[in-house]
Structure formats: structure tokens, C-alpha cells
Design a protein around this ligand. Sequence first.
Ligand code: FES
Length: 191
Amino acid sequence: MADPTTPSAAAPAVPKPAPSKSAAKDAPSRRGFLLGWLADSMVLAWTAFAASMAAMTLGTLRFLIPNVLSEPPSKFKAGYPDSLEEGKVVERFKDQNTWIVRNGGIIYALSTTCTHLGCTPNWLEREQKFKCPCHGSGFYITGINFEGPAPRPLERWAIRIGDDGQIVVDRSRKFQNERGEWTNPDSFIKV
Ligand code: FES
């Protein structure tokens, strides 16, 4: 006779509840979402890193290679001496930082940079003077300072007559009156 306390081999097994369909689907899709999110984040991080490295490299190159192409050439032709009138200031080379002046039997090229703090003075024909709009310095037609805070005269560039008879100004060489350099024959043309 069978023992009633021992489970019978013939007793029907209680079936385990089958996992629901949606739970079975959710596990892999959540994993997939997480993996995708991680991959996207890594791509974003690497892209940002690469962009910042490229910007740093460009900045370094810009610093190491000066932008010399934007500089105007230091030498230029300024026409024939006969085209200049005595006592007149030629202003058409101002973008080359130069006034050409024929005055007192010589031609010279004055720098347009104020010797106070570097502004550009204006030539006042009626008053026969250069007047700086920044702090009021005044310079005679010779370039000598006579009013305002400018501590010294305007500078002159090297000037000569070229092979074709035209005036050639060379801004790579300057002459300062306070150093006695305006007597240098390269700082003027005798006419
Ligand atoms: S910059 Fe010309 S007076 Fe100051």
C-alpha cells in the first residue's frame, strides 16, 4: 500500500507558469537600447575630441605661420618727380602709410603714423599742418612736431629715383630726425 506522505510517482506535476511573451521580448530589446546608447555616446565623445584637437592644431599653425600675404609690399612707385607741386602733400599713398611731399627743393616720404600713440593724422591744406585726431598733436609739412603730446617728428621712409625715372619709396628703412638721420641722402630726393 502506498504511503500517503510520500509523493506518488504518478501524481501529476504542477506546470510552471510560462514566461509572458512581452517579458521575453523586453529583455533583449532593453539590452539593445543600452548598447546603442553607449555606442552613440562613444561616437559623440570621440567626435568632440577630434574636433577640439583639430581646432588646437589649426590655432597653433596660425600662430606659427604669420599672415604675411595681407601685408602691403614695402616698396612702391610713386610717380615722376615733375608731377609733384612744390608745397603740396600727395595723399594718395595713405593706404601705404605714406605721404609724399615736395617742399623746400626736396621730395620726401613721411610716415602717416603719429609718434604719440600711432593714430593717423590728417593733412589740413589750409593750415599747412598735419593734425592728429586722437590727442591733438600737430606737425608741420616737414614732419616736425610743434603741438600736442607727440614727443618727436614723424618718420621718413627711404626714397630714391628708380631706373625708369619714377620715385621709389622703401618702407623697410626709416629715418628719424631726432637721430640726425634726415641728412642721410637716402631720406630725400633733391629736385
Ligand atoms: S596718437 Fe596722435 S596725438 Fe595721440
